[in-house]
Design a protein around this ligand. Structure first.
Ligand code: NAG
Ligand code: NAG
Ligand code: NAG
Ligand code: NAG
Ligand code: NAG
Length: 797
């Protein structure tokens, strides 16, 4: 199985994988460790991640970003309605009432469910991890904010399904961070000792989360969690956007908020400015060219001024810290350390607020951007049988208390009972006993609506069927198992009628069961098991949800998905062809004033420069969106002019080496021939007739070399060479294959050749072609060899 952790962020996503060396954050095809949570649906195809982000400003209506908090929400949800006004793309009500987006894709207006959009993003992240691991990926752990409710969690699970991912656990972001912190710590207190309490603060782009965790050796227990789901870097950027919009209104008479593109550009610039201000307290400029109505705008801001503007946001940093500490029932002095992660914790004033509250320095042991993904990968490794990871038990908490309410027509009125209190340990199962005569409904909901950042407190409705009275007409004892599972999703897991009174819980439960009796009407007898049925509705249990998602991908999905993938492939090829033209233009232009400069006449250079310029403009105008073939033709056209220059340059670079090599070979052969003539005993086995041929061959090569070099020296660098490097190398090879077998023929052995050999060799002193001489290595080049007739005089320079 694969071990992959995915931090599914609001702005950016990170992926960590386990390899033999440990946990690594992996980079995407742009060598970026973060992939923007952005999907652009175009008239031809989809772009996801970096490629989509670059289109936020140009293709506003079809570029979907900032959708993380739309998961599991109804279209009528107040949060959705507020966002609807701010988002540059359109939101739409899906048939089941949930929110979707409306885009123009493949020249057709169509809605996409958030699960489909997030599914595309996850599919991209899956692909990136597959490229990194070089094998298929299915199993993974995905992070969600700790404040995500049941509906939001189920929506993320459905998105994972769309992407073909098997999410082993939805992990709370702060819990992932805590795991990434704790698992490598060698010095945690022993199990029986007082735990080490650490506060984790995560302020990302869209939300602020705090958790208090207790660590012992091999054990992490979340004590409490608190959050402000609507405070993040985005809000700080918004303050800047509002400020500058107002300034530009008076200074330039521009109504920025009316222009979606201008707003998006301003957001991008403000995000940059905010990051700069974190490192630099002096006045910093903000300049945007051609901002609106062809106007360039400029302004400035400094940190002090920024902090004043953000005072209301900064005041929201403390309350969750206080809430988490109160719930954990800890004092500041009980806290060992405060660890911060998330991009927005880089804002100095945010750090200050945190450190001021705890009267303590804060530490940044963890990678602020990658800790969540790493924690998820670690969790995945723990769940994987294929990986050996240090045992580490994780107990999380339920963020909101959950109540069960029931009614039955037989009894008058309704009853209710809080089954999970706030900060109750999770995952956890409980068995609840009811005394009933007939089927009944259970409704689960969040107890305190004001605690939950979600308008609908209902979690789900469950019907317990097949309940009847006992033989004597009395109530049956019904045991219902309820559970908050590993994903943080609530469900009614099981129900049964108990034959005898039993006080033991289900031994299968993890980590343990408690039995709470909600309504006590003592009486017991025997009956058969019952099934649970769940009401159709907005909220379904996890199994149903998954079935539905599966069905969807299989039916409508399969067709669209296939079409999309085909389209993606074609579009990729088209884009590659376009990029090749663009790259050629940039690369050539650079080299024209660089290495190619002296290989082209000024006149040609001017002509080519103009041509490259035209092509560049064309790429942004008529050539913006052309079929693949058009780009390929364009590239061919450019190459027709570019190729000769490139070749002259290459030839010039390589020629000296080739010439030198040939010259050296000639010298060596000449030396050998001379030695033979001087009766050097090293060569006394050679045939004088053969040597004569060699001399001719050398003389021929020499005169060839001289002629060519003389001619070449008369040419300037802007003219095509008379001799190509390939020809020189060919000449060299020719010399080798003709002369070497003769000149470097090994001396024959002293013992007489065997009969067979003698016959085969005939009377020749040695085989010219080296066919049977035991010590002659066959020369692979010999078959191609065609001796040239020696001609001209030998000259040595
Ligand atoms: C609503 O429908 C969309 C598809 O149109 C689906 O993705 C989503 O999961 C559904 N939501 C619920 C709560 O059933
Ligand atoms: C801060 O920004 C100003 C203005 O751009 C610049 O002159 C200065 O060098 C910067 N200081 C630091 C420490 O980067
Ligand atoms: C910051 O900006 C304010 C308002 O423009 C100005 O009064 C103050 O002097 C500036 N501070 C610095 C350090 O530049
Ligand atoms: C964290 O996740 C678990 C499931 O792993 C869930 O039960 C719990 O409610 C979550 N905790 C918080 C603080 O949100
Ligand atoms: C449901 O409960 C019964 C009785 O406790 C048990 O035998 C059965 O295994 C349970 N089923 C599941 C799916 O937990």
């Amino acid at each position: 199985m694969s071990v992959v952790g995915i931090d599914l962020g609001f702005l950016n996503c990170y992926i960590a994988v386990a390899r033999s060396g440990g946990i690594e954050t992996v980079a995407n095809e742009y060598s970026d460790r973060c992939t923007p949570a952005c999907i652009c649906l175009g008239s031809k195809t989809r772009a996801i991640g970096n490629a989509a982000k670059s289109q936020i400003v140009t293709n506003t209506k079809n570029t979907i970003h900032g959708f993380k908090k739309l998961h599991g929400r109804a279209f009528d949800d107040p949060y959705v309605q507020t966002e609807k006004i701010k988002l540059p793309y359109e939101l739409q009500r899906m048939p089941n009432g949930s929110v979707g987006v409306r885009v123009r894709y493949l020249d057709e207006e169509r809605p996409f469910a958030i699960e489909q959009i997030a599914g595309m993003l996850l599919a991209k992240l899956k692909e990136t991890s597959e490229n990194a691991l070089k094998k298929p990926v299915a199993d993974c752990v995905i992070s969600v904010p700790s404040f995500f409710t049941d509906a939001e969690r189920r929506s993320v699970m459905a998105a994972a399904q769309v992407a073909g991912l098997n999410c082993l656990r939805l992990m709370n972001e702060t819990t992932a961070v805590a795991l990434a912190y704790g698992i490598y710590k060698q010095d945690l207190p022993a199990l029986e000792e007082k735990p080490r309490n650490v506060v984790f603060v995560d302020m990302g782009h869209s939300a602020y989360q705090v958790s208090v965790c207790a660590f012992n050796k091999g054990k992490l227990k979340v004590l409490a969690a608190a959050f402000d789901p609507f405070l993040g870097g985005k809000n700080f950027d918004e303050v800047l956007v509002d400020y500058f919009s107002e300034e530009f209104r008076t200074k330039y008479r521009l109504n920025v908020k009316e222009n979606a593109r201008a707003v998006l550009r301003l957001y991008q610039e403000c995000e940059k400015l905010r990051k700069l201000m974190s490192a630099n307290a002096s006045d910093l400029p903000l300049n945007i060219e051609c901002f609106m109505n062809d106007l360039d705008v400029s302004s400035k801001m400094n940190r002090t001024q920024f902090e004043q503007l953000c005072a209301p946001l900064l005041a929201r940093v403390e309350p969750p810290l206080r809430a988490a500490m109160d719930q954990a029932k800890l004092q500041r002095e009980d806290i060992y350390g405060i660890e911060i992660v998330g991009g927005a914790t880089r804002i100095p004033a945010v750090k200050e607020q945190i450190s001021k509250y705890f009267c303590k320095d804060i530490s940044t042991t963890l990678n602020a951007d990658e800790a969540v993904a790493r924690g998820c990968a670690l969790q995945c490794a723990i769940l994987s049988p294929a990986f050996k990871v240090r045992e580490f038990s994780i107990t999380d908490v339920v963020p909101y208390s959950i109540t069960l309410r029931w009614k039955s027509s037989y009894e008058e009125g309704t009853g209710e009972c809080e089954v999970f209190s706030k900060n109750h340990a999770a995952p956890f199962s409980k068995v609840i006993t009811f005394h009933k005569k007939e089927p009944f409904d259970l409704e689960a909901y969040y107890t305190n609506p004001h605690e939950v950042p979600y308008p609908d407190t209902r979690i789900g409705r469950f019907t317990i069927q097949n309940v009847g009275p006992q033989h004597d007409g009395d109530n049956s004892k019904v045991k219902v198992k309820v559970r908050v599972n590993i994903h943080g999703i609530f469900s009614v897991a099981n129900a049964s009628i108990i034959e005898k009174q039993s006080i033991e819980g289900d031994p299968n439960d993890v980590p343990m069961d408690t039995e709470s009796t909600c309504k006590n009407q003592r009486k017991e007898d025997e009956q058969d098991n019952m099934q649970i049925d769940q009401e159709e509705g907005n909220h379904k249990n996890q199994a149903d949800q998954q079935n539905q998602a599966e069905e969807e991908t299989e039916q409508a999905g399969a067709e669209t998905k296939g079409k999309m993938m085909m389209q993606d492939k074609l579009e990729k090829e088209r884009n590659d062809a376009k990029n090749a033209v663009e790259e050629y233009v940039y690369d050539f232009r650079d080299k024209l004033c660089g290495v190619f400069e002296k290989f082209i006449t000024e006149e040609d250079s001017n002509r080519l420069t103009l041509m490259l310029e035209d092509t560049e403009s064309w790429l942004y105008e008529d050539g913006e969106d052309q079929p693949k073939q058009v780009y390929m033709d364009k590239l061919q056209e450019l190459k027709k002019f570019g190729q000769p220059i490139q070749e002259r340059y290459m030839e010039h670079e390589e020629r000296p080496k080739a010439l030198n090599e040939l010259g050296k070979k000639i010298q060596l052969l000449m030396k050998a021939v001379e030695a033979f003539k001087n009766k050097d005993e090293k060569y006394d086995h050679l045939d004088p007739a053969e040597i004569e041929k060699v001399e001719k061959c050398i003389s021929d090569a020499m005169s060839w070399l001289n002629t060519k070099m003389n001619a070449q020296n008369k040419l300037g660098p802007t003219q095509d060479p008379v001799v190509k490097v390939a020809e020189i190398l060919g000449k060299s090879k020719e010399l080798d294959s003709f002369c070497n077998p003769i000149v470097y023929k090994p001396k024959p052995k002293v013992e007489p050749p065997s009969e067979g050999q003698a016959k085969a060799n005939g009377e020749h002193n040695g085989p010219v072609n080296g066919q049977s001489g035991a010590e002659t290595k066959p020369d692979p080049a010999k078959d191609n060899f065609q001796p040239t007739k020696p001609s001209g005089e030998m000259e040595v320079d």
